[in-house]
Structures are given as C-alpha cells and as structure tokens.
Design a protein around this ligand. Structure first.
Ligand code: G16
Length: 550
C-alpha cells in the first residue's frame, strides 16, 4: 500500500500558507470569497481533488475556478464528481476541514485522516481536469491549484478558460469515453457539435426564429456564444452583447443573469439594442445561469426567469411523451426551491408532480434523479433536465406505431442530446428554450402568458454573522436566531397572498430575504420590512441601516 508523498506535499504547502483569521467554508457551490485570500485553498483543493479521484478508482475529477455570478474581485473553486455532478456532500466536510488546517503539519494530519477514514487506496491513479473563468485572479489561483496536483502527483489536464458547464461536460465525457454511455467527445468541438446537431434536428422544418440578443455578462459565456454561432448556421442567429471579458470591473457589473433577476430590470447596456417584442437573454459570469426577457409594445420590461423556463420546458416534454405514446412509462416531475414564484408552483402542480428542496444545484439535481424525466430550475435561471437511464433505454427501444409517435420520439431523443444533463448550462438551456419556442410558435409574449408571476422582491442583508441563521422545511422557516420566524409570520399575515422567507447565502457574505404578494407595492413593502427586522434583530448598526429597510 503506497503512502502520501508527505515531504513533497509539505514543501509545496509551505509556499501556500493559510491566512490566519479566515475561516473557509465549502458552501452552496464550493469555496467562494475574495480571490486574493484563496491561494492556500486552491493548493489544498488540488490535493483533495487527487484524493477524490483515487477514491473513485482513478476516475477523472473536475475542478472549476470561478465565482460565477459574484462580483469580479471574488473567486472560488468547486469540485466535480465523475458523472459531471457536484461533489458528494460527505466530501464537502473534508474540503472545509482541509481548507481550515492552520499549519502545514495540521494540513498533512488532516490529509492522513481523510485517507484513513475514507479508506483511500493511494496506489490508485489520480486524474483531474480543471478550468477557470475570465476573472483577473484566475491565473494565479490556477498556478496554486497546479502546485497541489504536483504535490500529490496527479495527472492533470488543463481545460483552459471555459464555461463551468463545459468543464462538467468534460468530466463526464472523459469518464465515459469508449463505453456504451459515451457522453460525447471530450473537447469544445465535441460539445458544440453535440449541442448544435441536436438543436438542428429539433428545429429543422420549423419557421426560423428572429435573432436572439445574448447578454454575456462580460464573462466567459462571450467566448462560448462566439464559438457556437458558426455551428448553428442558419438555424439561429445570436447577437452577443456585453462581451468585454478583459475590461477591468466589467464582469457581472450591471449586466448578466443575476443583475436582471435581482433588479428585475433590463441591463442598461441593452437599452436601444432591444426592440419591442424582441426577446433577449442574459447569462451569468460562468454561463451556468440563464434569464430571458422582452420589451412589450409600450416598452415595458418582462422577465422570463428560471420558473418560466421550467414551465415552458416541462409542458413541452409532457406533450411529447404523450404524443410518443409513452405516458404510462415516463413520468415527468419538476423540482424547485422556495424562491420559485407561487404562481409557477401552482401552474406546474396542476400538470406534474412538484417538489421543493433547499437552494443549491446539488439538492435539485438529486431530487430530479427520482423522476423518469426530472426538470429542475432555480428561479435564478440555474437548471437542467435529467433523463434517467431507464428513460433513455425506453426511448431507444420503443417501437412507435404511428408517424406522429415516431416524430415525437425522435424529438425526445434529440432533447437528451441537446440538454447538458451534468449541470445547469446557459448555452444548452438557451438552445432548449429556442427549440421549444420554435415548436410552439411562441414569442416572449405567449410564453410569458403561461401564468402571471406574483410580484416579488429579493433583498440582501449584510449581518454580523450569517452562520447564526439556520433553516428547516426546505429553507422556508428559520430555526435560529430564535423568535425571528414568529415575527416574520406576523408580518406576512398582513399581506394578501403574502409569503416571505430568510436564509443565509452559501456564496456571498449576506442573508437573503424573499417576499411575494398579490400587489407589487405589498411585495416590496413586505421584503423591506422583513429585511429591516433581520437587520435590527441581529444587532445591525443603526448608522449603516440601508434606507430602504422599513
Ligand atoms: C450558485 C449555486 C446555485 C445557487 C446560487 C446562489 O450559483 O450553484 O444553486 O442558487 O449559487 O446561492 P446562494 O443563495 O446560497 O448564495 P452560481 O451561479 O453562483 O454558481
């Protein structure tokens, strides 16, 4: 049985000391904080990724360096498991313990403990693939990560600067290469070819849609949009805006999916680009979220968020399953979080089973795996569709008895190719939406009218310690701070159709407040009152109390 190369690890670890007084946590989507304090974390994650690979019998593990929707000075890192999904929850604890070991000796001791308790056979190979987004802090952090790989002797492939979903795709493609479950060629060309071929099959013969404006958040999605455009040919014309990936301070700044969803506004940079009736969409900084919108004839902005995408896509798949004669065999289900608009939940519940789970792709993904076809989308535009292996086998073996059945079956098969089933993928989801719109002959207006959103408001509250906030019931109720939930309940009762919840963010140092109500002014009022309550109850300084809090 081999042992850890302790000396090599120690000498490189000494070059990446942990900053004192910072506690790191593997949160909703890995480690995420200011990029300039993450050096030791990246080194240690490099070593951990190798151990994870050894534990998985030498399967490829992914490492993505990104802070996605966060501001440009932030950065982060997350691990991707062999099927392209998020890291198994039990290893998140190992990652946190490892990141917080105070000294090199402590770090080695934690490593040895992980090897022992998780029974890792160190003689197994370690294989990883890694990539980063366009953040200025990325290259230095990748160098620290590479030191981690070197320290433990991992075989590492550099995926370069690419989107988070493409990195997830690489992991699955590399691990399934040459098997009957081969996911695709493990190259960017393989990814773009797979998506665009499936898209072509889905929209062939349909009236072409007008060009789509894509706000790339000045992030790595700009590269993805530029690269996929030639593959789409005449099927879809993409007009990329906010593509300034090298302009300092531009990333996610007044643009991108998070800006649109949170502010419920058109990015100022799009004003004048988008004509009445024309649809557009925004990606986030690493292209794993997607929000659509359009301006109406009166130049009013209308948002089509993750909930609207779920409604559009789930209804389309249900119809195809029915037409293909597979209603008895394939059950479509939807997974949402507490952020889902109440009107979307009502619309979906009338059609399919719907489950609510805590925020974080990992929770949605696992819940969606319980359906034959699991559609999951967070309201913030992060989501995908999972086809179980039984469903894929059924689609492959089903003998259609009419031409209509055959056509629907082929569309379903193309959807399994078009959709990146490893994780939410803005580019893949965008093509999915476009394909459904082409089939339905919908503009943004018809899509929007599937149901009417309840007015809602999302507010961030900066508190002294967000870790003091604990929730239950899929984050819909606060357990601590004690007594706060009862006060929120009292407020909510005063508003017609009122609903509100409070939860700590796993990616930013804030507490998030969500509120909805039947009337817009009530939703805003409720959100700012609850935010004020949270601020005051947790000892917020009256001098810095945001003026909009009531
Ligand atoms: C990440 C997660 C999402 C989550 C979002 C916000 O998205 O992947 O599942 O909804 O963070 O999480 P929180 O409210 O805990 O901060 P992204 O796009 O930033 O990677």
């Amino acid at each position: 049985m081999s042992s850890l190369p302790v000396e090599t690890i120690a000498s490189l670890a000494d070059q990446h000391p942990k900053p004192a007084h910072i506690t790191f946590q593997y949160g909703t989507a890995g480690f995420r904080t200011l990029g300039n304090v993450l050096d030791s974390v990246l080194f240690r994650v490099g070593v951990l990724a190798a151990l994870r690979s050894k534990k998985q019998d030498g399967k490829v593990i992914g490492v993505m360096v990104t802070a996605s929707h966060n501001p440009e000075p932030d950065n982060g890192v997350k691990l991707v498991d062999p099927r392209g999904e998020m890291l198994e929850a039990s290893w998140e604890g190992h990652a946190t313990t490892l990141a917080n070991a105070a000294t090199t000796e402590d770090f080695i001791a934690v490593l040895e403990n992980i090897v022992k308790t998780t029974k890792i056979d160190l003689s197994k190979p370690a294989r990883v693939v890694y990539a980063r987004d366009t953040r200025p802090s990325g290259p230095a952090l990748v160098a620290s990560l590479e030191d981690g790989f070197k320290a433990i002797g991992a075989e590492a492939r550099n995926g370069g600067v690419t989107t988070t979903p493409i990195l997830h795709y690489y992991v699955r493609a590399m691990n399934t290469k040459g098997t009957k479950d081969a996911y695709g060629e493990d190259t960017e060309d393989g990814y773009f070819t797979k998506l665009s071929t499936a898209f072509g099959k889905l929209v062939s013969g349909k009236a072409p849609l007008p060009p789509l404006i894509v706000d790339c958040a000045n992030g790595v999605g700009a590269d993805g949009i530029a690269k996929i455009s030639p593959y789409l040919g005449d099927h879809l014309k993409l007009v990329a805006v906010n593509t300034a990936t090298t302009t300092s301070g531009a990333l996610n700044n007044a643009c991108g999916a998070d800006y649109v969803k949170t502010s419920q506004k058109l990015p100022p940079s799009l004003a004048g680009h988008i004509k009445p009736g024309q649809r557009a969409c925004s990606l986030d900084g690493d292209a794993d979220r997607l929000i659509y919108y359009y301006m109406d004839d009166r130049n009013q902005f209308h948002m089509l968020d993750g909930d609207k995408i779920a409604a559009l896509v789930a209804a389309f798949i249900v119809d195809l399953v029915k037409t293909a004669g597979l209603e008895e065999d394939i059950k479509v289900g939807v997974v949402q979080t507490a952020y889902a608009n109440g009107a979307s939940t009502k619309y979906l519940t009338e059609r399919v089973p719907v489950r609510c789970v805590p925020t974080g792709v990992k929770h949605l993904h696992h819940a969606a795996e319980h359906y034959s076809v699991g559609v999951y989308f967070e309201a913030n535009g992060h989501g995908t569709v999972l086809f179980s292996s039984e469903t894929q086998a059924k689609l492959a073996s089903h003998e259609p008895s009419t031409p209509a059945q055959s056509t629907a079956l082929n569309y379903l098969k193309s959807l399994t190719e078009l959709i990146n089933q490893t994780v939410g993928d803005a580019i893949s989801d965008m093509l999915l939406v476009e394909a459904v719109l082409a089939h339905r002959s919908y503009s943004g207006v018809e899509w929007d009218s599937l149901y009417v959103d309840l007015p809602n408001r999302l507010v961030k509250v900066v508190v002294a310690d967000r870790h003091a906030f604990h929730t239950e019931d899929a984050e819909r109720k606060l357990v601590s701070p004690k007594g706060l939930q009862a006060k929120i309940d009292d407020l909510v009762k005063r508003y017609d159709g009122g609903r509100s919840f409070v939860r700590p963010s796993g990616t930013e140092d804030v507490v998030r407040v969500y509120a909805e109500a039947v009337i817009r002014s009530h939703a805003d009022d409720l959100a700012f009152r609850v935010a004020g309550l949270v601020y005051d109850e947790t000892g917020g300084d009256p001098a810095t109390r945001p003026k909009e809090f009531i």
